[in-house]
Write a protein that binds this ligand. Structure first.
Ligand SMILES: Cc1cc2nc3c(=O)[nH]c(=O)nc-3n(C[C@H](O)[C@H](O)[C@H](O)COP(=O)(O)O)c2cc1C
Length: 179
């Protein structure tokens, strides 16, 4: 084994599925941003944690409306991820700027991009301050692509191949090999 510097050690864990957090401001502006640092923390109802920089519009929107949608992009959507992570919703309508086709959430008024593997609509529950905000959300509704989620994420089908952020500008796609 060789040493990994402590500012890169997170990369051993980084590649769970990347999510896009979709939000709406109190004034009704929609936004969406990639959040690589996320994980489930409870099963029933599904409860998730996302580490969100407090300077992000995404954070303000969640605090303003108390809701957000966790969207799991598919492996073919890396460009959308890079685009939406390159600017802030403070000064850009990312859906318009990047031509992202999206529909409304089923319960919540946030936008859900077409072609994703699935989505979890969440109500904000609490947050912990770790410099970044560790935002906890509780699922109120969830849905997945017919071919991409069959009892579990289904990477055997192209629609179920998730995107994983390795750090920097590198991503990998979920493998078709299910062990
Ligand atoms: C691949 C990728 C992963 C990212 N992961 C995170 C993350 O885990 N937490 C975070 O706060 N920002 C993360 N970012 C940065 C935000 O997505 C980015 O700053 C975004 O422009 C914020 O937009 P907003 O101001 O509209 O919320 C990531 C960006 C990229 C491209």
């Amino acid at each position: 084994m060789k040493d990994i510097s402590l500012d890169k050690a997170y990369r051993l864990l980084n590649h769970g599925p990347l999510i896009l957090v979709s939000t709406r401001s109190a004034g009704g502006d929609y936004d969406i941003a990639p959040i690589a640092w996320n994980c489930p923390v409870k099963k029933s109802p599904t409860t998730v944690l996302a580490a969100i920089g407090k300077s992000h519009k995404t954070y303000d929107n969640i605090k303003e409306t108390g809701e957000f949608i966790v969207c799991v992009p598919s492996a073919g959507q890396a460009d959308m991820v890079k685009d939406t992570g390159s600017v802030s919703g403070r000064n850009t309508d990312k859906f318009k700027e990047f031509g992202i086709k999206a529909g409304k959430g089923k319960n919540l008024d946030c936008l859900v991009p077409k072609g994703i593997v699935g989505a979890i609509e969440c109500k904000f529950k609490e947050e912990y301050d770790e410099g970044v905000a560790l935002v906890i959300g509780e699922a109120v509704r969830a849905y997945g692509s017919k071919e991409g989620f069959i009892k579990r994420v289904y990477p055997e089908n192209r629609e179920g191949r998730t995107l994983h952020h390795l750090g920097g500008g590198d991503f990998s796609a979920d493998s078709r090999d299910v062990i």
